[in-house]
Design a protein around this ligand. Sequence first.
Ligand SMILES: [Zn+2]
Ligand SMILES: [Zn+2]
Length: 349
Amino acid sequence: MRAVIYGGVGEIRIERVPDPVILDDHDVIVRVTAASICGTDVRLYWGTMNAMIPIQPGDPLGHEFVGVIEEVGRGIRQLRKGQRVVSPFSIHCGICFFCENDFVTACENLRGFGLSRAWGHLGGGQAEYVRVPDAERTLLVLDERVSDEQATVLPDLLTGVFAGMEFLTGREIVAVVGCGPTGLAAIMCAKLRGALKVLAIDHHPERLARAASCGAITVNFDEEDPLDAVRSHTAGRGVDVAADCVGKPGTIQKTCAMVRRYGSVVLLGYLDPTEQCAIGELSLAHITIRPGLVPPIRKYQYRVMQLIAEQRLDPALILSHTMPLDHASLAYGMMAERRDGAVKIVLKP
Ligand SMILES: [Zn+2]
Ligand SMILES: [Zn+2]
């Protein structure tokens, strides 16, 4: 089969690799119909996340995939050939302390698809086929109202952001810093949760236009100081909630400065483990920091799928392109360089 393979920093290849086979009675083989490229994949391509995910040239990529069940192991009871399914980006063991307490993405035996050997060395989802171990605990059967493309935001992006924004109770003024895929998802989820106003901060005109179509008030930081914008929308006090969706070093301090006393900062973008902020200032202002990255996806996947099916969340506002799997190298380049309006790209085998 054909698969997207990491070739080193800045290099993506399509290679012929052996088809995956059933290795265990609880395995399922999925024929992939759509797989999206994640910001994490782009960071691996840039070489900026390799301390956490030590990917090696030759490793497969892709952890956001949707497909049709092609073959089931002998121990599978609930799933059958021909069903459309989506996976979370990872597989959990179901028996460790963290799994028992519902923190499944903190599982002591967590394995990820297409996320290096250190993460369990499962196959990549940007391929024609994937083997899914522990399939009955892992796969979700898709609602027929949700298309393959739409469902590619369920393994990670939209489900994760939804979980991170679930604490909103309505009528908040929210600042979303960074309008890439994560920021756009955050705007949508804030609106869904009943936010009064969402200020979307970025400087790419195309991304700001998408943010506006998600219902946000846009702030171009090349033209306007975001802090001034925040103050003018909040009678000078700061936003109730700021969502950091930048995923680059050095912005968190600025995001924190936008929040009012007793407000919250939700961290939805990837932060380098050494990233710092003035914890003393935040403590004095009673600002709550909410980690939002890699929440227990499987717990929220069904709800987010239903919200898409009911057209209350619209992945089309995030998914900018659909391209053939064979064009993966071009697609990675477009996302990495933000070329041709690329926000998030779906690959189709
Ligand atoms: Zn992802
Ligand atoms: Zn576990």
